[in-house]
Design a protein around this ligand. Structure first.
Ligand SMILES: NC(=O)c1ccc[n+]([C@@H]2O[C@H](COP(=O)([O-])OP(=O)(O)OC[C@H]3O[C@@H](n4cnc5c(N)ncnc54)[C@H](OP(=O)(O)O)[C@@H]3O)[C@@H](O)[C@H]2O)c1
Length: 293
């Protein structure tokens, strides 16, 4: 039995559908019963902040897909470090034999936000004694649909001012890789950096969005301080906005500028292109951008 956490999220939603289509026995962990019902699959209510509920969710589970979106931390501390470390310990106690964890490309000690948080969780997982596989994705194409600090109030792209390319990946491909690791024997003790098939600059992305959605999206190329101010104006805590801007400064230096072959290696097919993503998500993108123009 597989337990899928983060089952209602960008990756988890695709993973749940894929496992269900393939007839793989699994259970989805959700915080909200109604959202579980809506998934239409076997589910259990559980919250990483409620250890008893996580222990119940893990009953009889052999493999764990470990993922949750990071809540925006007002004080800079990422709750997911405590949440996921506790979940790893609970999984070990429950006799789980493999954990497949979503991390982030470039996870490193002392890194800002998720970059440092995932590194700390990775270390805990590697020391847990449970077999593990790590997926370290590049930026998600889905960020343009969820908002995720991608656009200004005027519908322009918030991005790196040096316009370095980013090899965005579709969350569908992350889910496909996770499914391979959850259902087979490959990948024990392996870390996979997952990227899309091409690295695109913000200027190229703005042009493609403009064509796909039919409204003009510009790349305004904000320097870090200006970007932090724009995010704060959207209601994000100042420290968080500052950390995001710092991460983008790294991206401007090319931190996410290359591509890897890991998606093809794991799934046997190439990763989805940004144009495929745009074609499939045109309505959702229009809904995000229309109120800003
Ligand atoms: N976005 C990027 O560009 C990017 C790049 C690299 C790595 N990542 C990493 O990817 C992960 C996010 O993945 P995603 O985009 O699939 O997530 P997502 O769409 O943000 O969804 C978050 C999921 O986590 C669940 N969740 C949140 N808090 C929870 C809690 N306390 N207990 C149980 N479940 C909880 C949510 O459930 P509800 O439905 O109840 O809210 C939801 O299913 C993060 O760790 C992030 O660091 C993101």
């Amino acid at each position: 039995m597989i337990l899928v956490t983060g089952a209602t999220g960008s990756i988890g939603g695709h993973l749940v559908r894929r496992l269900a289509d393939d007839g793989v026995p699994f259970r989805a962990m959700v915080r909200d019963e109604a959202r579980g019902e809506a998934l239409g699959v076997d589910f259990v209510v559980g919250d990483f902040d409620d250890p008893d509920s996580v222990a119940r969710a893990l009953d009889g589970v052999d493999r764990l897909f470990l993922n949750a979106g990071g809540a925006v931390p007002a004080d800079g501390e990422q709750p997911m470090v405590r949440q996921q470390r506790d979940a790893i310990d609970a999984a070990r106690r429950a006799g789980v034999s493999r954990i497949v964890k979503i991390s982030v490309w470039g996870a490193e000690e002392g890194g800002r936000l998720a970059v440092g948080a995932h590194w700390r969780i990775e270390q805990h997982l590697k020391a847990s004694g449970v077999e593990w596989s790590l997926l370290q994705p590049s930026g998600f194409m889905q960020n343009f649909v969820t908002g995720a600090g991608s656009f200004t109030a005027d519908g322009d792209l918030i991005g790196n001012h040096l316009d370095a390319p980013v090899s965005y990946i579709d969350a569908q491909d992350i889910a496909a890789c996770a499914a391979v690791l959850l259902t087979g024997w490959r990948g024990a003790g392996e870390t996979y950096v997952l990227t899309g098939p091409e690295a695109l600059t913000q200027t190229e992305i703005a042009a493609r969005l403009t064509t796909a959605v039919g409204t003009t999206v510009r790349n305004v190329g904000m320097p870090p301080a200006e970007m932090a101010a724009a995010l704060t104006a959207q209601g994000l805590p100042a420290r968080f906005a500052d950390d995001v801007a710092t991460l983008w400064a790294g991206i401007a230096d090319g931190a996410l500028a290359t591509t890897t072959d890991a998606v093809r290696e794991l799934t046997g097919r190439p990763p989805r292109t940004f144009d495929e993503f745009l074609a499939e998500n045109r309505d959702a993108l229009q809904a995000v951008l229309a109120p800003r123009h």
